[in-house]
Design a protein around this ligand. Structure first.
Ligand code: FES
Length: 202
């Protein structure tokens, strides 16, 4: 289960950079007139990208004003989705899926690896402050369970040993290859197809 904590230490000020303000205009234009509230999710994501991977409360108020919607509406969306971080996370942010398909395929072994190598508790920075981890709900890669997301990349078909190795590589400043760690291409079946075998290139 994912636990979201709003940071105790909050900055007093947030505003988009010039570059991001240009992106904001383009994002808002994608939605019909008077429906600019629909731009909230991409704008929250943009705040997170600009603000070292987390969204402060002052930025939620800033977005509420920008989109002319109540602050609580922004807060509800930001606290609902696990893709939004409400407190500082590491430069390398590990999200471990522990929803049922991943759980029955050993997701808690991945959690153990994070506890050993990163920090004993979720949402806590590693000693060198480069990594943090948290449990999240389904990330949509169930067929390659168990899996985890590190920043924008998915690491799939994992076990504890493979997860420990990936974390070690990251702590050494290396970039482990994303994708399946059982050698599958995307989510192809292992040991060839079992169905539709009569259809070429199915
Ligand atoms: S249950 Fe883990 S990705 Fe869907």
């Amino acid at each position: 289960m994912s636990v979201k904590k709003v940071a105790t230490n909050q900055p007093d000020f947030f505003q988009f950079s010039e570059e991001n303000l240009n992106k904001v205009k383009k994002i808002i234009k994608k939605y019909p007139e008077k429906k600019q509230a629909s731009a909230l999710m991409p704008l929250l994501f943009l705040v997170q990208k600009q603000n070292e991977n987390w969204i402060p409360l002052v930025a939620m108020k800033y977005l509420a004003k920008m989109l002319a919607i109540p602050y609580i509406q922004v807060y509800e969306v930001a606290t609902f989705y696990s893709m939004y971080n409400l407190s500082p996370v590491g430069k390398y942010f590990f999200q471990i899926c522990t929803t049922t398909p991943c759980m029955i395929r050993g997701a808690y072994k991945l959690v153990e690896a994070c506890k050993e190598k990163i920090s004993p508790n979720e949402n806590e920075l590693s000693k060198d402050k480069s990594c943090s981890w948290m449990e999240v709900e389904c990330l949509g890669a169930c067929v390659n369970a168990p899996m985890m997301q590190i920043n924008d990349d998915y690491y799939e078909d994992l076990d504890k040993g493979k997860t420990l190795k990936i974390i070690d590589q990251i702590l050494k400043g290396e970039t482990p290859k994303p994708g399946s760690y059982r050698g599958r291409l995307n989510s192809e079946p292992e040991n060839n197809r079992k169905t539709l075998i009569e259809i070429k290139n199915a």
